[in-house]
Design a protein around this ligand. Structure first.
Ligand code: HEM
Length: 588
C-alpha cells in the first residue's frame, strides 16, 4: 500500500485501520510511511526499551513538531541519550515540585472558572476546559501570579504540530501568524513569570542554557502537560454522561465524604477516592491519547513475543520504524476482559491493582517510575490528581446537559482520546448548593453571586398523578426551579401535612414560601429521595405559578412517566427534556 493511501486510511479511519488480528504483532503497515505497528499489551514493553528503540527527533508518530514552535530545540519527549537525560531530569524536578500544589489549584481552577460560565449553553466548552487545565498546572510551575491566556495556549497547541505527510501539509497549509503571535505571548509571560530565575537556575544545574530551559518549559509544559490534561478532562467529563445515575451517585458519595472529612481537595482527600481513580484510569484506558508511541530501532534486533497463535521471534532491521498503538495495547483481551466495554470499576480492589501493570498510557506500566533513562511521562501523578480532583468537583456539586450524547468510535484520529464530536453544553447548574456552600464557601458565593440575589417569592406547584393502577405514592417528592439568569431554588419538598399527597388520579397543590427565583422559569428538576423504594409514582404533569396571590405567570410541564426511588427528571416548559433525565435507560 502506498504512502498516500496509508495516510488517507489513517485520516479516515483512525485507530480502526490498525485493528489487530491478535495472531501476530509487529505487523507491517503503511500509515503514510512504512512501519511496524505493535498492538499487543506485553509486546509494547519492548518498544519502551531505550537501548533497542530510540525516538525520532521532533516527531510524535504521524505528527511532527514545527521547529520554530520550540525555538529549534528538540523537546524532551523526542530527544535521546544524554540530551534527553538533561531535559528529563530538569522537567521531572519542575513537575514534582508542581505536584504538591495540584490538589488545591485543581479545586480553585475548576470553581473559579465555573464562576465565569453562567448556566446557559456553551458551544466553546472544550476551550473552557483548556482554561481549567491551564489554571490547574501553570501557577504551580511559574508562580501564583502567572496569568497565561487560554486562547494563546489554544493557538499555540494548534500551531505546534502538523501531520508529516507532504500531501496533507500541502492541503492544510495556512498562515500561522496568529499561532506564532500566541507563542511569543506565552514566551513573554514565561520570561516575566515570578519563578523564571529559579527555573533558569534549575535548568543550569542540569546543564541547560537559558534557550534550552525555556524551550523545555514551552512544548513539554503547554503541549504535553496542559493540552494532555485538557484532552483527558474532556473525555472524563463526557464519560460521566455514559454511566448510570446510580453509579454517578456512588462516585459522588465517595468524593463528598472525602471532601467533607478533609475540608476540601487535598492529597489526603484524593487518596480516599479509589472509585474516582478507577473511573479516570478506565477513561485513560478506553480512549487513550497519544495514539502512537513512535520509535526507530537503534540496531538489528530480534524481538520475541507470544500471541494466541504461539511464540514468535521477529528480526527487526536497524533504522526500522516501530510504532506502538496505545489504543490496541489497552484493548488487548489477553489482559483486559471485555476491552470494548467501559467498566469504571475495572481498577478497583486487588484484581484492579494487578491490572495496573498492563495500563501503559503513560508510556510505561503504572507500576513503573518515570526516570531519565526511560521515556515515561513525568506528569503522570500530576495528571491523575488533576483529573480525579476536577471530575470529583464537577460530579459532586454540579449538573449539566450535553447538546448530544458522546460517542467514541476510534475512527477520528484528530480527536485523540476525546469523543468523536466536540462536547458542547446545553445548560449547566449547581446541583448541590448546600454541599458546595459547606465545603467551598467563598467559591459558592462567587458562583451563586449573592450580590445579584433575587427576592423571595411565593410559588404554587400543582401536580397531576396518573390513573394507572399503582400510580399514587406515599414517598417524598421534591422540586427545584431554575430561572433564565442562572438562579435556582433550594430543593422544595411537595408535602401537605396530614394529607396523602400523590393519590391516583388526583391533583395536588403545594404553596411554597421564600423561593429565590424570578420569571421566566426555564427548567425544573423533579425528584424522589431513597424513601419508600417500591412505591413508584406516575406523574402526568406539573405546573408552577410564581406569585400566585398576584396572578403571576404559570409554566406547564408534561411529565407522563414513572418516577422511581432516587430518580431525577429535568423538564422544560412545553415538554423538552434533557439527557440527564435520570431514569436510567440501561436498566429499563
Ligand atoms: C493525562 C494526561 C497525560 C498523558 C496521557 C500523558 C502521556 C504521555 C506519554 C504517553 C508520553 C510519552 C510519549 C512518547 O514517548 O511518545 C509522555 C511524555 C511526556 N509527558 Fe505526559 N501525559 C500527560 C500529562 C502530562 C503532564 C500534565 C505533563 C507535565 C506537566 C506531562 C509532561 C510530559 C513530558 C515532559 C514528557 C516527555 C518525557 C520524556 O522526555 O521522557 N505530561 N506523556
Amino acid at each position: 500500500m502506498g504512502n498516500q493511501v496509508g495516510t488517507a486510511r489513517l485520516l479516515g479511519w483512525g485507530n480502526q485501520t490498525l485493528k489487530p488480528n491478535r495472531e501476530e504483532d509487529f505487523v507491517e503497515k503503511n500509515i503514510g510511511f512504512p512501519c511496524r505497528v505493535v498492538t499487543g499489551n506485553k509486546a509494547v514493553q519492548s518498544v519502551f526499551d531505550i537501548e533497542l528503540f530510540k525516538k525520532e527527533e521532533f516527531c510524535f508518530g504521524v505528527a511532527e513538531v514545527r521547529r520554530d514552535f520550540t525555538e529549534g530545540i528538540c523537546p524532551s519527549v523526542s530527544s535521546n541519550g544524554k540530551i534527553h537525560e538533561k531535559n528529563k531530569g530538569f522537567l521531572m524536578e519542575v513537575i514534582a515540585k508542581a505536584g504538591e500544589g495540584i490538589p488545591s489549584s485543581t479545586a480553585s481552577s475548576v470553581l473559579s472558572n465555573i464562576s465565569k460560565w453562567g448556566s446557559t449553553a456553551m458551544s466553546d466548552f472544550e476551550s473552557k476546559l483548556l482554561a481549567v487545565a491551564a489554571d490547574t498546572v501553570l501557577p504551580n510551575i511559574f508562580g501564583e501570579s502567572s496569568s497565561f491566556n487560554a486562547e494563546d495556549i489554544r493557538l499555540y497547541i494548534i500551531g505546534a504540530t502538523e501531520v508529516r505527510s507532504c500531501i496533507v501539509k500541502a492541503l492544510t497549509s495556512k498562515n500561522l501568524d496568529e499561532e506564532r503571535q500566541a507563542m511569543r505571548s506565552i514566551i513573554g509571560k514565561i520570561k516575566t513569570s515570578e519563578r523564571y530565575q529559579q527555573l533558569m537556575d534549575l535548568g543550569h544545574a542540569y546543564g541547560l542554557g537559558e534557550a534550552e530551559t525555556t524551550a523545555q518549559l514551552l512544548l513539554p509544559v503547554f503541549f504535553n502537560g496542559v493540552a494532555g490534561i485538557r484532552a483527558n478532562l474532556v473525555s472524563s467529563f463526557a464519560r460521566l454522561d455514559t454511566i448510570s445515575a446510580e453509579d454517578r451517585e456512588e462516585l459522588r458519595e465517595e468524593a463528598l465524604a472525602a471532601l467533607k472529612k478533609h475540608g476540601g481537595l487535598t492529597r489526603e482527600s484524593l487518596e480516599e477516592m479509589p472509585k474516582m481513580e478507577s473511573f479516570v484510569l478506565e477513561v485513560l484506558r478506553a480512549c487513550p491519547s497519544p495514539m502512537f508511541w513512535s520509535t526507530i530501532a537503534t540496531r538489528p534486533t530480534t524481538v520475541e513475543y507470544t500471541t494466541d497463535s504461539g511464540e514468535h521471534a521477529l528480526k527487526i532491521k536497524e533504522g526500522e520504524r516501530v510504532y506502538a498503538s496505545s489504543y490496541w495495547a489497552l484493548r488487548d483481551p489477553a489482559v483486559f476482559d471485555k476491552p470494548e466495554d467501559f467498566m469504571w470499576r475495572r481498577f478497583l480492589g486487588p484484581e484492579g491493582d494487578a491490572r495496573r501493570k498492563h495500563h501503559v498510557i503513560f508510556h510505561g506500566r503504572l507500576t513503573d517510575t518515570p526516570a531519565v533513562n526511560n521515556h515515561m511521562c513525568p506528569g503522570r501523578d500530576v495528571s491523575l490528581s488533576a483529573l480525579k480532583g476536577s471530575i470529583a468537583i464537577f460530579n459532586t456539586f454540579f449538573g449539566w446537559e450535553l447538546q448530544e450524547p458522546p460517542v467514541w468510535t476510534g475512527t477520528k484520529m484528530t480527536r485523540g482520546s476525546q469523543p468523536d464530536y466536540e462536547v458542547k453544553i446545553k445548560s449547566f447548574w449547581v446541583q448541590h448548593p448546600e454541599d458546595l456552600k459547606e465545603i467551598f464557601p467563598s467559591h459558592f458565593r462567587d458562583i451563586i453571586d449573592e450580590a445579584d440575589d433575587v427576592d423571595d417569592i411565593d410559588v404554587l406547584v400543582k401536580t397531576k398523578t396518573g390513573t394507572y393502577s399503582g400510580s399514587g405514592t406515599n414517598s417524598n417528592v421534591y422540586i427545584r426551579l431554575f430561572d433564565d439568569k442562572g438562579h435556582q431554588s433550594r430543593e422544595l419538598q411537595l408535602d401537605v401535612w396530614w394529607k396523602n399527597d400523590f393519590e391516583k388520579g388526583q391533583e395536588g397543590q403545594y404553596k411554597l414560601k421564600d423561593v429565590k427565583v424570578a420569571a421566566p422559569i426555564v427548567k425544573i428538576e423533579l425528584f424522589r429521595d431513597g424513601c419508600q423504594p417500591d412505591d413508584d409514582w406516575y406523574c402526568e404533569s406539573v405546573s408552577v405559578q410564581l406569585n400566585p396571590d398576584n396572578s403571576g405567570p404559570t409554566y406547564d410541564f408534561s411529565v407522563n412517566r414513572w418516577i422511581r426511588q432516587n430518580d431525577h427528571v429535568w423538564l422544560c416548559p412545553g415538554g423538552c427534556e434533557g439527557p440527564q433525565d435520570d431514569v436510567n435507560p440501561k436498566d429499563d
